[in-house]
Design a protein around this ligand. Structure first.
Ligand SMILES: [Zn+2]
Length: 272
């Protein structure tokens, strides 16, 4: 019994010693990790502090690329700090209309105005979007880019006729890729405008995206609050083929975020 107790005593001592050593190792290694992290953070901060001057001097050949990248970084930063998207004042402009989010048959925007711009036909937009489009056209004119309005607000009934025409012409499957069912058209929101140019015979064609007018729209629309609502290669998300002519008003801040991130309106709404 005595020997057994003595043996148990030594085993217990050994075990306790082992645990104490283990705890010591763990605490030392965690202290070292904290010190190391601080060092890395300081080095990163120092590197970041030096970055702007380097990139400004280094943009001789790739000015656009550099400035675009800077824009992306800035937007991502402000976006994570921003909660403005869900506020009631912007939610109205950010109304989502697509194949799974429709509008009432009776919905008519209360603030429609005639668009006083060069156009294929008379058309209307909500006042805020109309004002923004006027600025976009004005700036384009100043740069020798001649744009035409084609189609803005469309009522439920007009869309119904248009959709039926497309079904008659192309069959329902094709029609669904290029035309919205009544109640599912963004044109009913009064926030969408199809634009065109003489270079595509004032028509709505995919090739508009390659013209100087289409390129101007693609690169500048966001500065006035518009997005290309149906970009190429995004049909799986938007439900529609590429439409370089279909502008949707979402406000300058939101449009700029969408442009910089290269995302669709659906993805933007999911993120916010
Ligand atoms: Zn359209």
């Amino acid at each position: 019994m005595y020997i057994k107790n003595k043996l148990r005593f030594f085993v217990m001592c050994g075990l306790s010693f082992f645990i104490v050593v283990l705890l010591l190792i763990i605490s030392i290694s965690s202290v070292l990790t904290v010190i190391n992290n601080n060092k890395v953070a300081k080095e990163t901060a120092a590197a970041l502090a030096n970055m702007p001057s380097i990139s400004q001097e280094d943009n001789s050949g790739e000015a656009n690329v550099t400035s675009n990248r800077t824009d992306i970084d800035e937007t991502v930063t402000t976006e994570t700090n921003s909660t403005t998207v869900s506020s009631s004042s912007t939610s109205d402009i950010l109304i989502l209309v697509n194949k799974s989010h429709g509008l009432e048959k009776t919905y008519v925007p209360s603030d429609l105005v005639d668009v006083d711009l060069r156009g294929v036909r008379d058309t209307q937009l909500r006042s805020e979007a109309a004002g923004a489009l006027e600025k976009l056209f004005e700036k384009a004119d100043a740069q020798g880019i001649t744009l035409y309005c084609c189609s803005g607000y469309r009522s439920y009934d007009t869309q119904k006729e248009l959709y039926q025409e497309n079904v008659n012409l192309y069959g329902q499957k094709e029609a669904d890729l290029v035309s919205a069912k009544p109640g599912q058209s963004e044109h009913q929101t009064g926030l969408a405008m199809d634009v065109t140019a003489e270079s595509v015979n004032l028509d709505l064609l995919e090739s508009f995206g390659d013209t100087s007018e289409g390129q101007y729209i693609k690169n500048n629309a966001h500065k006035y609050g518009f997005i290309i609502r149906y970009p190429s290669n995004k049909t799986a998300i938007t439900g529609y083929s590429y439409e370089p002519w279909h502008l949707r008003y979402v406000g300058i801040e939101n449009a700029t975020t969408i442009f910089n991130k290269g995302i669709t309106f659906e993805e933007f709404l999911n993120e916010n």
